[in-house]
Write a protein that binds this ligand. Structure first.
Ligand SMILES: C[S@@+](CC[C@H](N)C(=O)[O-])C[C@H]1O[C@@H](n2cnc3c(N)ncnc32)[C@H](O)[C@@H]1O
Length: 262
């Protein structure tokens, strides 16, 4: 495995995405996975199981799309690659190491795209208080007729994260404007998933849970800013950052929902 410095040098990433922290975040996820792998396993098993259920429901198996593929920790790529003619792995940044690991999968292609279709526009207006924040209008693959399965994997709550951080850093917009922006981006993603052809899987974290060392929940944060998912699904806990990963006195876990037939 290559080091973080090499990864940063070898990963193709436009400068506005680097400036907004997307590459740093991708490399950060890789490091956290390495440190917390054992604690993440049950989350990864749940993700794989939900995706397997969805594969089993697909009568046609031409193209499968994975939105938020990233480092592929949570994606059963071997099974997807055996089951479908073509797999499109979509992410705003594809770290070099992840590209390298999948180079031998002949039917797997990487697509570098902003699923929310808003990030570059936001980059240019984020320091201008008088300009309204752009509206997310996702349209990736809506014109394709060969897609039989789309998996949105641990992406929904991440879509507004880096843009929000960037907006807060510029300080040109109010917290209310920024929260409304986050809600809008996530609602646009849910609407987009409903318009895609074929079967759709949604796996997303919905709550951040802060737990003290006596296993008492001290704080629960709604990661969807009040949005409700249109369907129920299976729920589980993701031990994302067990103490002392993010804090010397607390664990930070996530409540995750997996909907095999969104
Ligand atoms: C929590 S990670 C998902 C986990 C990932 N499947 C893995 O195993 O590493 C969220 C992913 O969403 C991607 N992402 C964030 N915003 C995005 C956007 N606007 N368009 C496409 N991908 C985005 C990130 O680059 C990251 O890879």
């Amino acid at each position: 495995m290559i080091g973080d410095f090499l990864e940063r040098m070898l990963t193709r990433c436009p400068w506005h995405l680097r400036a907004m922290g997307y590459l740093r975040e991708a490399i950060g996820i890789r490091g956290r996975y390495r440190r917390c792998q054992q604690h993440w396993q049950s989350h990864i098993d749940h993700c794989h199981q939900i995706i397997r259920q969805a594969i089993g429901r697909c009568a046609k198996r031409r193209t499968a799309v994975v939105l938020g593929a990233g480092l592929l920790h949570d994606v059963p790529l071997v099974e997807l690659s055996r089951s479908f003619q073509k797999i499109l792995l979509v992410d705003i940044v594809h770290p070099f190491w992840s590209r390298w690991q999948t180079r031998r999968f002949k039917n797997v292609q990487r697509v570098s795209a902003d699923v929310s279709n808003i990030v570059e526009e936001l980059f240019w207006v984020s320091d201008e208080p008088d300009k309204p924040l752009p509206k997310s209008k996702p349209d990736l693959f809506l014109d394709r007729t060969d897609i039989d399965l789309t998996i949105s994997i641990n992406l929904l709550s991440q879509l507004p994260c880096m843009p929000m951080g960037y907006l807060v850093w510029h300080g040109a917009h109010t917290p209310e404007e920024i929260d409304a922006f986050a809600r809008d981006v996530m609602q646009a993603h849910l609407d987009y998933l409903e318009r895609l052809p074929g079967k759709v899987v949604l796996i997303t974290d919905i709550e951040r849970i802060k737990i003290d060392l006596s296993n008492r929940i001290v704080e629960v944060t709604d990661l969807l800013f009040g949005l409700k998912l249109p369907k129920a699904g299976e729920e589980w806990e993701w031990k994302l950052a067990p103490c002392p990963e993010a804090d010397p006195r607390h664990h930070f876990y996530r409540r995750v929902v997996g909907i095999a037939d969104f």
